[in-house]
Design a protein around this ligand. Structure first.
Ligand code: ADP
Ligand code: MG
Length: 469
C-alpha cells in the first residue's frame, strides 16, 4: 500500500432515449449519420424561439432518482449556464443549478449528490483544417449524475459505472453506450484530500480504470518529488496512454447561472413520482438475488444473465417450461445450450432475440431430450442448428431427420454384424491384441447408424460379438 490516500468523485452524463429532444420536437436519434438532419430553430439556438420541456425526459430522471433511492425535489427549475463555444450558438446551456430534480441516493455504497437534467450541445468535427458543426445532438436530453468523492480506487469506479449503465438500460432511459458517447464519465481525482484534477475524454470502461490509475501515479510522483498538484482539467490520451493538460484553473469559467426566464419553475408533483415508483422494473441487484435463490446458477452464470435482460427473459421462460415438463434436471444443459451454442449461432447470423425463431419452449424441450438421454450432445447441436433455421420443435426434427438414439437392439446388432463382416483386417488386428481397432470398428458402426446409438451400448455389442466369433 502506498502512503497516499486516493479520493475520487464522478460526474456522469447520459443521453436520454426519448423520441424528441429536450426542449423542441426535433427527433432525438443518436444513430442519425447525416449531419444537421434533426434540427429546428429551437435547437439551433435562434433568438426569439421558446423552449418547451420534454415530459418523458423529466420522468426518466425522476425514475433514475427513485431507482437509486434519491429524494425527488418538489419545487425545481431550469437555469442558464452561460459560456461561449462554437457547439453552443445561443451561448448558454439550459441546465439545473441549485434545484436539481434529484438529491441524495446511493449505489454500491457510494453516495449520490444529485441527478439533474440539461441539454446536450452540438458535435464539433475537425477535418482537414476546418471545423464542422453537426446540430443533430444539440438539445438532446442529458442526465447528469454527480457522486460524492467516495471512491478510493479505480476498480470501484469501473464497477460503479458498469452498474449504473445496467440500471439505465433496465429502466430503458438510455442506451448508455460509452463508445457512442451516450454515457460519458468525468472523474475527479486527488490524493490526501489535496488539489483535485478533473479527467475527461474517457470513452470506455477500460479507459476509466487506466486514466484514473495513471493519474494517481502521476500525482504521487509530483508529491513525492516535492511538488504540488495543480488544479486543472486533463484529458485521457488513449494512444499515449496518459493524461494531458487541457485547461488550467486560471481558465476556469464563471458560468453566471441564473433561472431561465423562458422556463417557469414547476413542482414535480405534477409528474406523480409515487406512481412512477410503482412502474419501476426489477433492478439488477434484486434480479441477482432472485436468480441465485431461484436457479442453480453460480455467481458468474448469474451475472451473464443479469447483464443481458433479453437473455435473462429467454432463460426464465425456458426454465419455467422445463420445470413443467421435468420434475428435476436439465437446467445445466439449458443454460449451456442457451449461452454458448445458441448465442454462437445468433452472433454468427447477427440475429437478436427479437428475431429469433427458436422459442424458450423449444429450447426447454431440447434440454428435456438431452436430460432423458434421447439424443446425444453431438445430435443436440445439430438439432439446435435446425431449430435455429426453421423454428421447428426438436421432436419434429428428430422424427423428420431420423435422428435420436435408437433403442432398437436388433437394428444395432445387425449393423455390428455387418461391420465385423466387412472389416476383416481390423477384426484380425483386434484379435491379435490391438485394442485400438475396437475404437475403429465402433466408429464405423456409429457412422452407419448416423450417431443414433449410445456409444457404451455399441462398444458392448462389438466386444460380445468379437468374443463369440
Ligand atoms: P467544485 O466545486 O470544484 O465543482 P464539487 O465539490 O462541486 O467541486 O465536486 C465536483 C466533483 O468533484 C464531484 O464529483 C465530487 O465528488 C468531486 N470531488 C470533490 N472533492 C474532491 C476531492 N477532494 N477529490 C476528488 N474528487 C472530489
Ligand atoms: Mg461543482
Amino acid at each position: 500500500m502506498s502512503d497516499y490516500q486516493p479520493t475520487i468523485g464522478l460526474e456522469i452524463h447520459a443521453q436520454l432515449r426519448t423520441r424528441t429532444k429536450m426542449f423542441c420536437d426535433s427527433v432525438n436519434d443518436s444513430d442519425e449519420r447525416h449531419p444537421n438532419t434533426n434540427v429546428c430553430p429551437v435547437c439551433l439556438g435562434h433568438p426569439g424561439t421558446l423552449p418547451v420541456p420534454n415530459r418523458a425526459a423529466i420522468e426518466n430522471v425522476i425514475r433514475v432518482g427513485l431507482a437509486l433511492g434519491g429524494r425527488i425535489n418538489g419545487a425545481v427549475k431550469f437555469d442558464r449556464k452561460n459560456y461561449f463555444y462554437p457547439d453552443l450558438p445561443k451561448a448558454y446551456q439550459i441546465s439545473q443549478y441549485d434545484r436539481p430534480l434529484v438529491e441524495g441516493g446511493t449505489l454500491q455504497g457510494v453516495r449520490i449528490r444529485r441527478v439533474h437534467l440539461e441539454e446536450d450541445t452540438a458535435d464539433l468535427r475537425h477535418e482537414g483544417g476546418v471545423s464542422l458543426v453537426d446540430f443533430n445532438r444539440s438539445g438532446v436530453p442529458l442526465m447528469e449524475l454527480v457522486t460524492e468523492p467516495d471512491f478510493r480506487d479505480a476498480d470501484a469506479v469501473a464497477a460503479f459505472a458498469r452498474e449504473l449503465q445496467l440500471i439505465l438500460r433496465y429502466l430503458g432511459v438510455s442506451a448508455a453506450d460509452m463508445e457512442k458517447g451516450q454515457m460519458r464519465i468525468e472523474a475527479n481525482v486527488s490524493l490526501n484530500m489535496g488539489t483535485k484534477v478533473e479527467l475527461k475524454n474517457i470513452n470506455s470502461f477500460r479507459a476509466v480504470r487506466d486514466a484514473i490509475e495513471y493519474e494517481l501515479r502521476r500525482q504521487e510522483d509530483v508529491i513525492a518529488g516535492g511538488g504540488a498538484v495543480s488544479q486543472e482539467t486533463r484529458g485521457w490520451d488513449e494512444a499515449k496512454r496518459k493524461t494531458v493538460t487541457q485547461r488550467s484553473k486560471e481558465e476556469a469559467h464563471d458560468y453566471r447561472y441564473f433561472p431561465d426566464p423562458d422556463l417557469p419553475p414547476f413542482d414535480t408533483a405534477i409528474f406523480d413520482p409515487e406512481t412512477l415508483r410503482y412502474s419501476l422494473p426489477e433492478l439488477p441487484a434484486a434480479r441477482r438475488e432472485r436468480f441465485v435463490r431461484e436457479y442453480s446458477l453460480d455467481a458468474q452464470q448469474t451475472e451473464a444473465l443479469v447483464a443481458d435482460p433479453d437473455l435473462a427473459k429467454f432463460y426464465e421462460e425456458a426454465i419455467s417450461e422445463l420445470r413443467s415438463r421435468l420434475s428435476a434436471g436439465g437446467e445445466a444443459a439449458l443454460y449451456n445450450y442457451l449461452t454458448s451454442d445458441l448465442r454462437g449461432l445468433m452472433n454468427q447470423a447477427a440475429v437478436s432475440f427479437a428475431d429469433l425463431k427458436i422459442s424458450p419452449e423449444g429450447l426447454a424441450h431440447l434440454a428435456v431430450l438431452i436430460e432423458l438421454k434421447k439424443v446425444t450432445s453431438r445430435q443436440a447441436k445439430d438439432i439446435l442448428a435446425a431449430m435455429f433455421r426453421t423454428g421447428a420443435d426438436p421432436e419434429e426434427i428428430v422424427k423428420s431427420e431420423g435422428i435420436g438414439i435408437s433403442e432398437n437392439t436388433d437394428e444395432i446388432q445387425a449393423v455390428v454384424a455387418a461391420v465385423v463382416a466387412g472389416e476383416k483386417a481390423a477384426v484380425d488386428d483386434y484379435r491379435k491384441g490391438k485394442t485400438a481397432s475396437l475404437q475403429f470398428l465402433i466408429g464405423k458402426g456409429m457412422a452407419k447408424l448416423k450417431g443414433r446409438a449410445r456409444p457404451e451400448m455399441l462398444k458392448d455389442l462389438f466386444e460380445r460379438m468379437l468374443r463369440e466369433e
